[in-house]
Design a protein around this ligand. Structure first.
Ligand SMILES: [Zn+2]
Length: 164
């Protein structure tokens, strides 16, 4: 499987302590689901591909399909747990060019709901109060991760739950 020693996600994937265990939601065969920092978007996860690739079309066909299915499985679990008004699916890689989906559940009462989350997150860079607001979940992070694991287990998702 392709890996790049200079890539921060490849290093995290190779290190058993790469992500805090309580933040790892699910170990899929082709990706790892990690609870993201911005839990104002309750259930926000990042789904990191196990293989180092910068573009979806760089993955071989079966890996690509499996990775996309895992993303949809995670999205279904987030949707089922938190009933967002809309899910945002983002595969950017401008900062870390290693395939990773951002799955942002958006709520109807989000004042910025018509815009991508990145405008608010950019403001948070310069404004500690805004940063705190966007990091603060409506439930505790461990509860959010536990709900997602429970849902994925019930949905018989491929792979295994993390064991924090
Ligand atoms: Zn990588």
């Amino acid at each position: 499987m392709a890996s790049d020693p200079d890539c921060p996600f490849c290093r995290k994937l190779a290190d058993p302590a790469g992500w805090a265990a309580e933040d790892v939601v699910w170990e899929f065969p082709h990706s790892v689901a990690v609870l993201g920092p911005w839990q104002f978007y309750t259930g926000y996860c990042v789904l990191v591909c196990r293989e180092h690739a910068t573009e979806l079309h760089h993955l071989d066909g079966s890996t690509r399909v499996a990775y996309l299915k895992e993303m949809a499985t995670l999205a279904e679990a987030i949707g089922g747990c938190f009933r967002p008004h809309k899910l945002n699916y983002e595969l950017l890689g401008n900062q870390v060019p290693h395939l990773h989906w951002h799955l942002f559940p958006r709520s109807i009462d989000d004042p910025d709901r018509l815009r991508p989350v990145w405008f608010a997150l950019e403001k948070a860079d310069a404004d500690p109060a805004e940063k705190t607001r966007l990091e603060t979940a409506r439930a505790h992070r461990t509860m959010i991760a536990a709900l997602l694991r429970e849902r994925l287990r019930a949905d018989k998702a491929p792979g295994e739950p993390a064991t924090p």
